[in-house]
Design a protein around this ligand. Sequence first.
Ligand code: ADP
Ligand code: MG
Length: 316
Amino acid sequence: MTVALKLENLAKTYTVGRNLIGKPKGYVHAVRPFSLDVATGDTLGIVGESGCGKSTLARMLVGLLAPTEGHLEVEGETLDGKAPAEFGRMIQYVFQDPISSLNPRKTIRQIIEQPLIHLHSMNRAEREARILEIFDQVNLRPEFLNRRPHEFSGGQAQRIGIARALAANPRILVLDEPVSALDVSVQAQVINLLADLKEKLGLTYVFISHDLAVVEAVCNRVAVMYFGSIVEMGDAREIFTNPRHPYTKLLAESAPVVGTNVRRTEAANAELPDPMNPPKGCAFAARCEMATELCRTTEPNLNITNDSHHVACHHA
Ligand code: ADP
Ligand code: MG
């Protein structure tokens, strides 16, 4: 296996507020230190409920946010302290909300041209050839290039967002909830397109979603995040057929199934702990039926339970 993306003890802590002498009023450990390799050609799913740190992680991966600690490598090349342009040639971001992520005053051509100018210094003819090539790959018609973002449907706009990300010819795409804002029928089209592009271009994906069904459809590896930590990681099939962390089980059980009533458990309704005042032991203990004194006092580590399946739980 070749490693496309390597994270070593990557973490982000936000400081919140300042008092009169400039001392922070508090800290939010949005992503706690963890290490992870993503193999070339993998689609790694990152799942977890809102506020667990997914976007913070995504923004660090693409150089939009500096990590508080840790290292990042793409294909063996370190990205620590590199300028956003260096990231941009290797790893690109696809945003959740396709229309609002595209500048409304620019034409689609002007939008897709930007990375070609700034990352690859292409001249006009080279840019035009590249834009037409990428447009063809995402199944968009060339006449769309002279229009502006508001003239497109959500699905078309997301294909434009994907074209913009791919124009830079990156090795990795970080997709932050790429289909969450789309109608279900359109979701399937975009998911199929992403699968084709990955195959054709030899890409690696980090695919963030709160929707387990989507993750199951597209990912071969899955990392489950809770309150800033990865609590379970493994092959997608393993995670979905044999979830071991109580939080993963809860996610799987509370995913709505067509034609059934949504099951509401007390734990499913509970919220994440207060990030400004984190609990001492396992962050999930207050919602967990299996929690014991050990869980309330000692944080579990991500343990290797077999070759590829890791769980951070005292009772898994
Ligand atoms: P997700 O994408 O999973 O919803 P985020 O990465 O957006 O999660 O947020 C993780 C945590 O970090 C949340 O508690 C959020 O309130 C906090 N957070 C996000 N951005 C900032 C910021 N700029 N300053 C302070 N706290 C932040
Ligand atoms: Mg988010």
